[in-house]
Design a protein around this ligand. Structure first.
Ligand code: MN
Length: 228
């Protein structure tokens, strides 16, 4: 195969305990999957169920790497999230079999240009520029489900410069991981290499250049990001 321009380098994520990497196909994200976060965004979780949006695969940022403060925003927000790595594809996946499609889990940050998101929301415009910008998806190494099991509960937290900003439990998710896989697979054919950011708990807020972000989930690696 030859190309008329240089072919893009595939986006990949480290896998804990080995040198082989996880190739990223797509990045799906769940919006408003914790009731307290939906409320802090001014929404009623009883009336507005979670939903999906996406980021480009090359928005991935390796654990420990610096994130450049993005252009065209004055309100960059952190959103710490459990990330599901899909290892086996499918469509219309049944609930009882959903977890068999999971390769593993990671900790991610769904970085958001909140000012652009609110402007888009007011006008009924898409979220792409507020969510899917360059360097918008820092993520840890993936831990295999065969090693850590499936994560139904456990602390999820994020600190900015040592100050706790977000803290919740995975059990508070409105759609749990199997339900997310079922729902998403009715909209898209899931493919090995898909990542799913499963939504953030309450406590989102702004970050500035020079800030140090540290976030974690029980059983997974700690995500460390500096904004530059
Ligand atoms: Mn999010």
């Amino acid at each position: 195969m030859s190309y008329v321009i240089p072919a893009p380098v595939p986006a990949t994520v480290e896998v804990a305990g080995g040198t082989a990497r996880f190739p990223v196909h797509r990045i799906y994200c769940v919006g408003r999957n914790y009731a307290a976060h939906a409320r802090e965004m001014g929404m009623d979780p009883e009336r507005e169920p979670p939903f999906f949006f996406s980021k480009p695969a090359d928005a991935i940022v390796a654990n420990g790497a610096a994130v450049p403060y993005p252009p065209r925003t004055g309100n960059l927000h952190h959103e710490i999230e459990l990330v599901v790595a899909i290892g086996a594809g499918g469509r219309d996946i049944p609930l009882a079999n959903a977890l068999a499609h999971v390769f593993g889990y990671a900790v991610g940050n769904d970085l958001t240009r909140r000012d652009l998101q609110f402007a888009a929301r007011e006008k009924g415009q898409p979220w792409d520029v507020s969510k899917g910008f360059d360097h918008s998806a820092p993520i840890t190494a993936i831990r295999r489900a065969s090693e850590v099991g499936h994560l139904e509960r456990g602390r999820i937290w994020l600190e900015v410069n040592g100050e706790r900003r977000q803290q919740a439990d995975l059990a508070e998710m409105i759609w749990n991981v199997p339900e997310i896989i079922v729902e998403l697979s009715t909209l898209f054919e899931l493919v090995p290499g898909d990542l799913i950011f499963t939504g953030t708990p309450a406590g989102v807020g702004p970050v500035q250049r020079g800030d140090s972000l540290v976030g974690g989930i029980d059983g997974l690696e700690t995500l460390r990001t500096t904004v530059v």
